[in-house]
Design a protein around this ligand. Structure first.
Ligand code: ATP
Ligand code: MG
Length: 556
């Protein structure tokens, strides 16, 4: 049994299992992940990907990747490429070639003519405003379009003329003939096709009519032999239409639509349209800005595919909507990195320390574990010398009570090295502390000092055995828990002004002069940090993105 199939079942897996047991489902389970290429994938899509591919894995079935590409104006190849990369990075392999709803434009057209010939669809010339007026409201039935009883052959001729480009954008539409009095608004003669003179990224200028989502989706599913068409709850009211389409055409098969709750995460946004505004209005640097809840942003920040899959397992799949706490996502990445990330020391705000009793020309090589709980990861060498750096925040001239770091005449241990005592504070003309002069205790390497107790353990680097680096300290993108539910303000007003704090001139141990790019490091006492390849190449020195802090300190 693979690790994947040991996970707890969700309600959809239970349904499938029951159907198999009762003999209602025979043959392979076929699912699909159907993104619209109008933006980059976000953490909500990760839930859908894990669900669709996960079900295929569990039942020995297959999962297709299909681009739902019926809105050519909003879609493009960049998004297609990014989506493929993200699905692969998450660790999934789609069945066969990538598919496109546009692969089925001929079939969709054929089925549309079929509906017309069966008197189940008609060409309508109402304007958009008239259409709204005729549609009725939730409490009032709609009115039949005056074009509803147009003879079949007339609709057929007009539909063919629409395809031939004999009409303008929006002049005519093809509508299903269902029921203008249906309590379900989606069933009030929904539009199936509209005219759009738009170049399509896959089909070029072959078409000037494009099918609507509600017509395209069931037919695409049927064309691919999908058995379970999983979608989010907002499509529940569309299910009768999904079924109506398949019942009224000579569909090759009848997939079952099952809805589940979409993932909502606090302190962020999971809507491509809104994420696009953050990009277009330059609030962030791009779709893969490490603050974005996009898969590419999280990847660049240092999230691992394992942590995202674990997160999706943790949140489960159900019908009840709700909000998941960002802390859970952070927990998943912390857990993963805690067990795997190599340790290193990085001094974020360097303060010079001179060991007055250590020879200027001497150095020592200290051995520190790469991972304290995992000896298999080996040892690393760190050099000790007369001039060191510690973090400014680890020194207090007038320490508060219970201070566990360095202070005048107090001793601390430098991680993996010796104990030192601060003897003198050196200032520049403006009064700023620029150096600490300390004495190290030569008898304390790996052993406790005699007769006194150090105040704590701090991290450090040797001045001439460390390299300069920059640190992007990322935090949550929004400072409000529900940035887009404020009716008074635009969600952009709630962007956290400290979502990115850049620290320049940090110092990291020499081992990281050429940092690895597979996994973040744990910088001791600071958090997890991932090398940004692009920024490192630009800066000519390592640039690290903070993935997450060591502990959940949000709002504390
Ligand atoms: P958005 O509102 O962000 O544009 P969408 O639903 O329009 O999302 P699609 O590209 O159509 O985006 O989504 C592809 C698949 O991912 C769909 O099956 C959709 O239901 C699912 N999905 C999208 N957002 C979420 C979410 N937040 N949680 C779970 N599944 C989601
Ligand atoms: Mg969509």
């Amino acid at each position: 049994m693979s690790a994947e199939s040991k996970k707890a079942h969700n309600f959809i897996e239970n349904l499938i299992e029951d159907a198999i047991a009762k003999g209602d489902h025979t043959g392979q389970v076929v699912t699909r992940f159907p993104p619209e290429p109008n933006g980059y994938l976000h953490v909500g899509h990760a839930k859908s990907i894990c669900l669709n591919f996960g079900i295929a894995q569990r039942f020995g079935g297959i999962c297709n990747l299909r681009f739902d590409d019926t809105n050519p104006e909003k879609e493009n190849q960049e998004y297609i490429d990014a989506i493929k990369r993200d699905v692969e990075w998450l660790g999934y392999t789609w069945n066969g070639d990538v598919r496109y709803a546009s692969d089925y434009f001929d079939a969709l057209y054929y089925f549309a003519e079929e509906l017309i010939m069966r008197d189940k669809a008609y060409v309508c010339a109402l304007s958009a405003e008239e259409m709204t007026e005729y549609r009725g409201t939730l409490t009032e039935p709609g009115k039949n379009s005056p074009y509803r009883e147009r003879p079949t052959d007339e609709s057929l001729r007009l539909f063919r003329d629409m395809r031939e480009g004999k009409f303008d954008d929006g002049e005519l539409v093809l509508r299903a003939k269902i029921d203008m009095a249906s309590p379900n608004m989606n069933m009030r003669d929904p539009i199936l096709y509209r005219i759009r003179y738009a170049e399509h990224h896959q089909t070029g200028d072959r078409w000037c009519i494009y099918p609507m989502y509600d017509f395209t989706h069931p037919i695409s599913d049927a064309m691919e032999g999908i058995t379970h068409s999983l979608c989010t709850l907002e499509f529940e009211d569309h299910r009768p239409l999904y079924e109506w389409v398949l019942e009224n055409i000579t569909a090759p098969c009848e997939p079952r639509q099952i809805e589940f709750a979409r993932l909502n995460l606090n302190y962020t946004i999971t809507s491509k349209r809104k994420l696009k505004r953050l990009v277009d209005e330059h609030v962030v640097e791009g779709w893969d800005d490490p603050r974005m809840p996009t898969i590419s942003g999280m990847r660049r920040r240092g999230y691992t595919p394992e942590s995202l899959r674990t997160f999706c397992d943790m949140i489960g799949v159900n019908k009840a909507g709700g909000v998941v706490d960002m802390g859970m996502l952070e927990f998943a990445i912390r857990e993963d990195l805690n067990t795997r990330a190599p340790r290193a020391m990085c001094v974020m705000r360097p303060l010079k320390v001179t060991l007055t009793n250590y020879p200027a020309d001497k150095t020592e090589t200290l051995e520190l574990p790469v991972h304290p709980q995992n000896p298999d990861m080996g040892q690393r060498e760190v050099t000790w010398s007369q001039t060191l750096y510690i973090d400014r925040e680890d020194f207090a001239e007038e320490p508060p009570r219970k201070w566990k770091r360095l202070a005048p005449d107090k001793a601390v241990r430098l991680r993996g090295g010796y104990v030192m005592t601060c003897k003198e504070v050196v200032r520049d003309a403006s009064g700023e502390i620029i150096e600490l002069r300390c004495e190290y205790d030569p008898a304390t390497l790996g052993v406790n000092p005699e007769g006194y107790k150090p105040n704590g353990v701090i991290h450090w680097v040797s001045a001439s055995h460390s390299v300069e680096c920059d640190i992007n300290q990322y935090d949550r993108l929004f400072s409000e828990e529900f940035p887009d539910s404020d009716r008074e303000a635009d969600f952009l007003d709630h962007v956290n002004p400290e979502s990115l704090v850049v620290l320049r001139g940090a110092r990291v141990e020499q081992n990281l002069a050429d940092p690895m790019t597979e996994l973040p490091y744990q910088f001791e006492r600071e958090g997890y940090f991932f090398c940004d390849q692009e920024l490192t190449a630009q800066a000519g020195k390592p640039v690290f993105n903070r993935t997450v802090t060591l502990r959940d300190s949000w709002g504390k």
